[in-house]
Design a binder for this molecule. Structure first.
Ligand SMILES: C[S@@+](CC[C@H](N)C(=O)[O-])C[C@H]1O[C@@H](n2cnc3c(N)ncnc32)[C@H](O)[C@@H]1O
Ligand code: SF4
Length: 380
């Protein structure tokens, strides 16, 4: 039976100083001053309309993402967090993450963010090589990135993530590994290590940069994973590595097909209604202006049908290196395991899933060919 999963809250802040040529997130270059107060008011209106979805649960994790949330000042972040606490039960040990860019302007705000209640920082370093950063259209340099991590630790963030990308234009395996080593030297509790992808509707898509060959990408991936492991970072998801017990609780809830409210321009949410056996996705107006002007910023809402649930569940759960407990399938989808018995059998026959009854977990082969594994669960 469908049970009520843990609840998270995602908050989207849609502005950046400028738009990076590889980025397809809902982020917009700031022109003039950010309408911080108007946006916070809109966020609170948005949250008010989401409250029925809470269903008495505590919010276990909050993630303030973007865009560049660190363009908001500490008073603004404080106002958002106290507005949430006034409206919903917030778990005493809630993980509260905020994305911050590593510029000096942002670093000066770190202490204020910490005092406002943020207890985990996710710093968008991307690379420690100033030439690569310039090609990526970033406004910080290598020194800023190193200082940002030291500063975060110094002012009391004992839990912080660095976002790093690899497979950058003209990047050699040696340079990618040097970047990774520099990140490791800063001893973050968590490292998100993404391979640069060229997304439609980006500048890099219309003017493709010179990316490393497949062979080099493969070498970066293999040697990078080994380096991370050597230094105590466990790969628990495709691009996520952490020190022991320092996984992102917020992202874990997504990957375990938990529930989340999404507020802010273009934010998505997913809510389970166990008595009605419904799982609903909701999404908000994308354009910041339209979002702020709307009395009700909801742009769309759709149930995840019974037929779609196996794929939606697996698409999340099988990203995890260790997969999930088998019992979670029934709890989170409301379907019995029998529903997917033929798919599981095929996945086992093709050695894409581990042969364990207690867990649904990809085999090493399944992790390598994740799309083939997921296709088995598509409703056709
Ligand atoms: C939406 S960004 C927000 C964080 C912050 N604004 C920043 O860029 O540092 C989240 C992360 O996604 C990653 N990312 C964005 N676009 C990507 C792409 N095309 N390929 C790989 N990773 C990407 C970057 O590592 C980035 O830090
Ligand atoms: S700073 Fe981050 S969110 Fe903003 S455009 Fe660049 S990658 Fe996208």
């Amino acid at each position: 039976m469908l049970s009520l999963p843990p609840l998270s809250l995602y908050i989207h802040i849609p502005w950046c100083v400028r738009k990076c040529p590889y980025c397809d997130f809902n982020s917009h270059a700031v022109t003039g001053e950010i309408p911080q107060q108007r946006y916070i008011d809109a966020l609170m209106r948005d949250l008010d309309q989401e409250l029925p979805g809470v269903q008495g649960r505590e919010i276990e994790t909050i993630f303030i993402g973007g865009g560049t949330p660190s363009l908001f000042n500490a008073a603004g972040i404080q106002q958002i967090l106290s507005g949430i606490a006034a409206r919903t039960p917030l778990a005493a040990n809630a993980e509260i993450t905020m994305e911050a860019n590593p510029g000096t302007f942002e670093q000066e705000r770190f202490a204020g963010f910490r005092a406002a209640g943020v207890n985990r920082l996710s710093i968008g370093v991307q690379s420690f090589d100033s030439a690569r950063l310039q090609q990526l259209g970033r406004i910080h340099n290598s020194q800023d990135a190193i200082l940002a991590a030291s500063k975060a630790r110094e002012i009391g963030f004992d839990n912080f993530n660095l976002d790093l990308m690899h497979g950058l234009p003209q990047q050699t395996p040696e340079a990618a590994l040097a970047d990774l080593q520099q990140a490791i030297d800063l001893q973050p509790t968590h490292l998100s290590w993404y391979q640069l992808t060229i997304e439609p509707n980006t500048e890099f898509f219309s003017k493709p940069p010179n990316l490393p060959e497949d062979e080099a990408l493969w070498a970066i991936q293999e040697q990078g994973q080994a380096l991370l492991q050597l230094h105590g970072y466990h790969q628990y998801e495709i691009s996520a590595y952490s020190q022991p017990n320092r996984q992102s609780r917020h992202n874990m809830n997504y990957w375990q097909f938990g529930d989340y409210l999404g507020i802010g321009a273009g934010a998505h949410g997913k809510i389970s209604w166990s008595a009605q056996n419904r799982i609903t996705r909701r999404w908000k107006q994308r354009q910041p202006k339209a979002y702020m002007n709307a009395l009700n910023p909801l742009s769309g809402e759709q149930d995840i049908s019974l037929e779609e649930r196996p794929f939606e569940f697996m698409m999340n759960a099988l990203r995890l290196t260790d997969g999930v407990e088998t019992a979670l399938f029934n709890q989170r989808t409301g379907l019995t395991l029998d529903t997917i018995a033929p798919m599981l059998q095929q996945a086992h026959q093709r050695s894409l899933l581990l042969n364990e009854t207690e867990r649904l977990a990809p085999s090493p082969q399944g992790r390598l060919f994740l799309n083939d594994l997921l296709e088995l669960f598509l409703d056709d």
